[in-house]
Each structure stands twice: as C-alpha cells, then as structure tokens.
Design a protein around this ligand. Structure first.
Ligand code: AP5
Ligand code: MG
Length: 204
C-alpha cells in the first residue's frame, strides 16, 4: 500500500512514520532525510538543496523528482511505501500519480496531520535541527501553507484524504492514524469490487 503523510513542519510526520513502518512493513521514504543525507555527502544535488533548505524554502521540483523517482522504482517499493514530506507541490503530486499509473498502481490514502501553529512552534523550540530556528521555521510554515496545503484539496477530490488531529501523545495520534488506514483499506476493497485498479490489500 502507498500512504502519504502531509503536515506542516513539526506536525509529527516522522514520528508517526516510525510507528507505521513497523505496522505496515514497507519502506519509509522521507525526502527531508534523503536531502539531509545528500547535503552531508556533499553530492551535487545536496549542494543545490542546501541553499533552499537553509532558507526554509522548498528544494526545486527537478531535484526532488530525480531523487524520488529513482527510489520509488527500486524493488523494495513494489509492494508499497510510506511517503513522508513528498509530494509537497502540485507538480510533484501529478508526477507521482503519472509514475504510479505507468506501473498500474496508485496512492491508497493521504493522512493529513493537523496541528495548530503555536504547538508547532513549541515542538520546534524543543528540538535542535539545523533548520529549527524561529525565522527559518516561519518560512517553512509559509512554504507549507502556500505550496503544500493545496494538495489537501487535490487528494480530497480524489476521495483519498483523511484528516487526523495531530494533538495528543504520539500513541493517541497513532490510533487515529490506524483508523484512517482501516478506512483506506475499505475504500480499496470497494474500488476493487467496482473493477477499478489495485487488488485488495492484506488486512492491516
Ligand atoms: P522535512 O525534513 O520533511 O521537514 P518538515 O516538513 O519541516 O517537518 P519536520 O521533519 O520538521 O517535522 P515532522 O512533521 O516530521 O515532525 P517530527 O515527527 O519530526 O523537510 C526539511 C526541508 O527539506 C524542507 O524545509 C525543504 O527545504 C526540503 N524538502 C523536503 N521534502 C521536500 C519536497 N518534497 N519538496 C521540496 N523540498 C523538500 O516531530 C517534530 C518534533 O515534535 C520532534 O521533536 C518530535 O519528537 C516532536 N513530536 C512529535 N510528535 C509529537 C507529539 N504528539 N507531541 C509532542 N511532540 C511531538
Ligand atoms: Mg520529518
């Protein structure tokens, strides 16, 4: 199954994905982690990406798409994957749909982690990542609101969006995430019965 987690910086995407990978046993693809690894390794993509990341801006689509396409085509993603922080723009979402369509696959569900801004700031201040400072964080939130939030409507129109309250303990939120997965599984059965793509997945 192919699940996307969307949410503003600090919403808990990485935290919930760590729990989800144990549950779903599919690879966790975090574009943020991939980019930080490329920056550390000093690859050409990493050097280009660093300039945007340091400013709290999104990395240009061609760099992201080059990186993710390669990863999604790897054998371990054949049975599914967990996408954390990708897609983040409408062109990224459209490219992902085309890529999966070519392999007769599709996104099964999109989980939005909804967290109010004051809590995001509180979490950011409690952590110490290079891009966690108030000025850059405000820009990361603005990038989310302008470039990524339109994806919520994109997936809502496809009937694939589940909005989850991202406030509470990580375990409480994970219970809500699991309820969303159950809904995605039911929807997938319905699509299969209607003769649409994707066979039913194993019980979650
Ligand atoms: P990325 O690494 O994806 O960062 P982000 O979206 O800003 O989100 P974070 O990783 O900060 O937060 P999260 O939602 O994963 O929350 P977490 O679980 O860590 O991207 C970084 C940069 O890379 C971007 O700014 C951009 O430049 C670039 N980039 C990445 N993908 C891109 C793309 N597709 N296109 C273009 N550019 C891209 O939790 C946060 C903190 O809160 C942690 O300390 C955690 O312990 C804590 N926490 C988690 N859950 C809870 C809870 N329930 N209660 C209290 N605290 C909690
Ligand atoms: Mg993260």
């Amino acid at each position: 199954m192919r699940i996307i987690l969307i949410g503003p910086p600090g919403a808990g995407k990485g935290t919930q994905c760590q729990k989800l990978v144990e549950h779903l046993r599919v690879p966790h693809l975090s574009t943020g982690e991939m980019l930080r690894a490329a920056v550390r390794a000093g690859t050409p993509e990493g050097v280009q990406a660093a300039a945007s990341m340091e400013q709290g801006q999104l990395v240009p689509d061609p760099i992201i798409l080059g990186m993710v396409t390669k990863r999604l085509e790897a054998a371990d993603c054949r049975d599914g994957c967990l996408l954390d922080g990708f897609p983040r723009t409408l062109p990224q979402a459209a490219t992902l749909d085309e890529l999966l369509e070519r392999q007769a696959m599709s996104v099964d569900g999109v989980i939005e982690l909804a967290v109010p801004r004051d809590e995001l700031v509180r979490r950011m201040l409690a952590r110490k990542r290079a891009d966690d400072n108030p000025e850059i964080f405000a820009k990361r939130i603005a990038s989310f609101e302008v470039q990524t939030a339109p994806l919520l409507d994109y997936y809502h129109r496809q009937g694939k969006l589940a909005s989850v309250d991202g406030l509470g303990t990580a375990d409480e939120i994970f219970e809500r995430v699991q309820a969303a997965l159950e809904r995605f599984a039911r929807d997938r059965h319905v699509r299969a019965r209607q003769g649409r793509r994707d066979p039913p997945w194993p019980e979650v």
